[in-house]
Design a protein around this ligand. Structure first.
Ligand code: ADP
Ligand code: ADP
Length: 231
């Protein structure tokens, strides 16, 4: 479970203070699929980056999987992140020189699994995302939708409890976006907790729970019209 209480994130420069998040409280239980929408600049990415232990928060408390994040040192944080969290981004962030198999292998090598364990996991996740026959392709030889599926395979290979997705369909046409969403729903149905930031109301409503963020805060009982229409 993920639990944030009265979290704030303030960015300070010499002249400006930006409250990217303020009094942000959220609980996401085991196995949920939550979408996060809101205007540009409302704090969605900041929230996701803090959730994924990529970024610090200024005040409040955050517990991930029973661990109080504030008490962890850098090493413990990276370890928790590597073991529990998979990330997907709008830009697929694949390594262009590596084929599909080797891209998925990157985080597994980092974790120090044996070669046979890595191969077992890679074949399994490539099968899940429907790209087993493309294992020798380079990213440039794949469509955008396929590249995102490789990125999803890479995120899943570590068998994370939480999958965090920041605009995962942002670079895809609607047909490919739908197929990536189908895949995420499928992954969720097998037990992975998913938190997805998206601009697209029609995609957001495919999650079980929709959260709307405005000015760094969760808006309660105030579903924007386009979301309500799609719900
Ligand atoms: P969203 O993902 O909803 O577009 P962000 O979380 O990226 O919103 O940003 C929230 C607010 O925090 C915005 O006002 C943005 O300009 C500000 N912000 C984000 N990152 C930084 C940063 N590194 N330094 C200063 N301000 C930032
Ligand atoms: P999809 O229908 O799976 O979204 P596309 O219609 O874009 O994908 O591509 C059809 C097929 O052509 C895919 O199987 C993909 O592997 C292959 N393909 C796409 N782009 C390239 C490329 N630049 N070089 C080689 N093969 C490609």
């Amino acid at each position: 479970m993920l639990s944030m209480k009265n979290l704030s994130r303030i960015y300070r420069t010499d002249t400006v203070e930006t409250h990217a998040l303020r009094d942000f409280s959220l609980e996401v239980g085991e196995g949920e699929f939550v979408s996060v929408t809101g205007p540009s600049g409302s704090g969605k990415s900041t929230f996701l980056n803090i959730a994924g232990l990529l970024e610090e928060y200024t005040d409040g408390s955050y517990e991930l999987d029973g661990r109080n994040v504030a008490t962890l040192n850098d090493r413990e944080r990276s370890r928790l992140r590597n073991e529990k969290i998979g990330f997907i981004f709008q830009s697929f962030n694949l390594i262009p020189e590596l084929d599909v198999f080797d891209n998925v292998d990157v985080p597994l090598r980092y974790r120090g699994f044996t070669a046979s364990e890595r191969a077992r996991r890679i074949e399994k996740v490539l099968d899940t995302v429907g790209l087993a026959s493309r294992r020798k392709h380079l990213p440039s030889q794949l469509s955008g939708g396929q590249q995102q599926r490789v990125a999803i395979a890479r995120a899943l290979a570590g068998e994370p409890r939480f999958l965090l997705a920041d605009e995962p369909t942002g670079n895809l046409d609607s047909r490919m976006a739908d197929s990536v969403m189908d895949l995420l729903c499928d992954i969720h149905s097998k037990g992975t907790t998913i938190i997805m930031v998206t601009h697209e109301p029609t995609l957001a409503t495919r999650a079980e729970r929709n959260i709307f963020v405005r000015d760094g805060q969760i808006c309660v009982g105030e579903l924007p019209l386009e979301l309500a229409a799609a719900a």
